[in-house]
Design a protein around this ligand. Structure first.
Ligand code: GDD
Ligand code: MG
Length: 376
């Protein structure tokens, strides 16, 4: 079975992190985000993967090469202009890369949903297209799916396993929400659907293709398990804790283990520092005396946490330097950030690659600092 992964979005909501590297190449816990997707596909015996990359495949090629060449075959499609969510499928077909049936994934998902069950459901019904469905407390930022046998209202259980889609509403208004089932961004398509996509132009699968397929063999199949669209800094942090705490089945969670704590060989933690799980300290991390790291912390390769500094509920990527007595709380620091002595980084802050926060400076709640910027 073959899969195509849509990874060409701009990742606007993840700025400034996505100003210096594309969202799929961002590190999440111990590996680049896209590797979770490839590992998820491999667990469901997908042997052939096409990455639809927008215009730049190079950063992705680079991070996937580090995987060591094991796993599925991976090919790349680059778009002459962004073709939205359906255009890349047609382009890949026109380039001769696709067979008769295709599993499509949005490239920003962290999930362990049973893709094999989705493919089985598609085959058993002889569907033209089958959408994975998942409950969401807030369908307004997703594609709402109304179907036969679906839940009677938000929070109620589905009445049965039928699943003919009655309506597909992308980003519904509050008044349109009468079910909690959304499209999980994973679907199986027959080639006929791909051939119905107009060529050489941007086409939205959610706005133009799915609504047109209603009544023409479009089904939805509800899957239970872990599912998260890692599209915002808040969800990126939550995804990190979910991996460390083993709420999602991934190779990274297995590596961290049940205690939720992994201090890699070569990380040096002063005996007078405390490290509280869940936490991951990568190789060559140094934690000074009196510092407190965690609960909930990822500290990337070679980063240094100064004496009596405090890092909690935060992701500090590689090569950062946190000065003595500085504090970092509920924040994300891209690689190479420097935080001066006694500086404070407050909840929701996202700091771009190579930025510098001078000694004693406080970065407010929710602030963004661009790559290389200096806060003084
Ligand atoms: N190749 C390519 N080209 N990929 C693109 C393009 C493009 O022009 N535009 C977006 N993508 C990719 C993104 O990188 C992402 O992986 C995927 O398409 C979906 O785009 P998002 O921008 O993340 O959409 P969304 O999260 O608002 O909504 C989509 O996902 C929801 C589930 O997470 C929709 O499919 C919703 O219906 C769905 O519920
Ligand atoms: Mg998304």
């Amino acid at each position: 079975m073959q899969a195509l992964v849509l990874v060409g979005g701009e990742g606007t909501r993840m700025r400034p992190l996505t100003l210096t590297r594309p969202k799929p190449a961002l590190q999440l816990v111990d590996r680049p985000f896209i590797r979770y997707i490839v590992e998820w596909l491999a667990r469901h015996r997908i042997t052939d993967v096409v990455m639809a990359c927008g215009f730049g495949a190079d950063p992705l090629r680079e991070v996937l090469r580090e995987g060591g060449g094991r796993g599925p075959r991976i090919r790349y499609v680059e778009e002459p202009e962004p073709l939205d969510t359906a255009g890349p499928l047609r382009l890949a077909a026109d380039e001769g890369l696709l067979g008769d049936r295709l599993l499509v994934l949005n490239g920003d998902l962290l999930s362990d949903l049973d893709l094999s069950a989705l493919i089985r459901a598609h085959d058993e019904r002889g569907a033209a297209a089958t959408l994975a469905l998942h409950p969401s407390e807030d369908p307004s930022s997703y594609g709402l799916v109304r179907r036969t046998g679906g839940p009677a209202g938000p929070g109620t259980s589905p009445a049965s396993a039928e699943g003919e889609v009655l309506q597909f509403v992308e980003k519904p208004d509050p008044g349109q929400i009468d079910t909690d089932e959304i499209s999980a961004g994973a679907y199986v398509l027959e080639r006929s659907v791909i051939e119905s996509i107009p060529p050489h132009k941007p086409v939205s699968i959610e706005h133009e293709i799915f609504p047109r397929l209603v009544g023409q063999g479009l089904y939805g199949h509800r899957l239970d398990g872990y599912w998260m669209d890692v599209g915002t800094p808040e969800r990126y942090l939550q995804a990190s804790w979910d991996i460390l705490e083993g709420r999602v089945q991934t190779a990274a969670s297995t590596r961290v283990g049940g205690a939720g704590l992994l201090v890699e060989d070569g990380a040096v933690v002063d005996p007078a520092a405390s490290v509280n799980p869940p936490a991951l300290l990568e190789t060559e991390v140094a934690v000074g005396a009196g510092a407190a790291v965690g609960a909930r912390a990822v500290i990337g390769h070679r980063s240094e946490i100064g004496e009596r500094a405090n890092v909690s509920s935060s992701v500090v990527l590689s090569d950062c330097r946190i000065g003595p007595q500085a504090s970092v709380h509920e924040a994300i620091l891209a690689p190479g950030v420097e935080v001066g002595e006694g500086a404070r980084i407050e909840a929701g802050a996202v700091i771009g690659e190579g930025a510098r926060i001078e000694a004693g400076v406080a970065i407010a709640d929710g602030a963004r600092l661009g790559p290389g910027e200096v806060a003084s």
